[in-house]
Design a protein around this ligand. Sequence first.
Ligand code: IPM
Ligand code: MG
Length: 358
Amino acid sequence: MSPTLRLCVLPGDGIGPEVTEIACSVLERALAGAGLSLSIETGLIGGAALDAAGDPLPAAALAAARQADAVLLGAVGGPRWDQARPRPEAGLLALRAGLGVFANLRPVQVWSGLERSSVLRPERVAGADILFVRELTGGAYFGRPQGETGTAPDRRAVDTTAYGETEIRRVAEVAFQAAEARRRHLTSVDKANVLATSRLWRTVVDEVAAQHPTVTVAHLLVDSCALRLLQAPREFDVVLTENLFGDILTDEAAALVGSLGVLPSASLGTGGPALYEPVHGSAPDLVGRQQANPLGAIGSAALCLRHSVGRPDLAAAVEAAIAATIAAGQCTPDLGGSATTGAVAAAVLTALDRSAAA
Ligand code: IPM
Ligand code: MG
């Protein structure tokens, strides 16, 4: 990478602007310590873009995203736009599709201190460390035809789940490579007892598995997976699944750490810029109250250092600073703490500076 990371920031709605601003300051601090710099271009997405430009992803925002080294997104949506057509979320889907980021990595790590906020007993969840790899640009989210048909009293709506072999193979490849760098266990999640797309999914995953003999593979039906995640979260290493199942299971997995607010994500394609975003939503009720948890966005910045900057050492330093902040009990109310957004951000920056000085 050049000495400057050119980041396109799309703050979006609700708490998006608050948390992306903090993530940028952490990113800047981490890069500066390595003699690298950050340049930021901001763009509109979601409800903010609907209000300003009548389009949830204006062409200028997509162009800026495509030209950047990486894209950082805050959150989209909110009750204000519930009746809007298109919806703010359409901007996010168009961005994911427009960047071709088909592999969504969502690490869920029960860092020491988080077991206190988990819905599970600490001894059941402590040390759980799962990497979800969610297919992000296919399935029901992008199925055609979409929308309502017919007239009252027999209105209908149709969404189609379609998956092609190439789409399954490329995301499976990402997941197997991730498993090789972790504990070498991969759980592929589907609904092959009912869905044809899931049966193709299983077949293709087995073919990819044959190329990765050191990784053990288990196939699990999505309903069983939902149960097992709560019964035995430590059984999982890498979980590979399609778009809709991945959306649902990663929210469920947030209960393992107690809050969506801490979960980061990275969405990768081939070649172009990757997209980084916290898993949480726009949380309109928290806006401007210093209660938003910035750790999901900061963790996403760490993933950017790993995957777009190619500096796993800097990523690990930011992750260690997050872990230290949690261990010190500096947590926002979603994690049962009473720290403000700003206090958590300051604690992460202090921990980062301390590790740089050490
Ligand atoms: C997520 C979100 C999005 C999704 C929404 C906002 C469209 O829930 O990133 O998990 O469903 O993918
Ligand atoms: Mg979701």
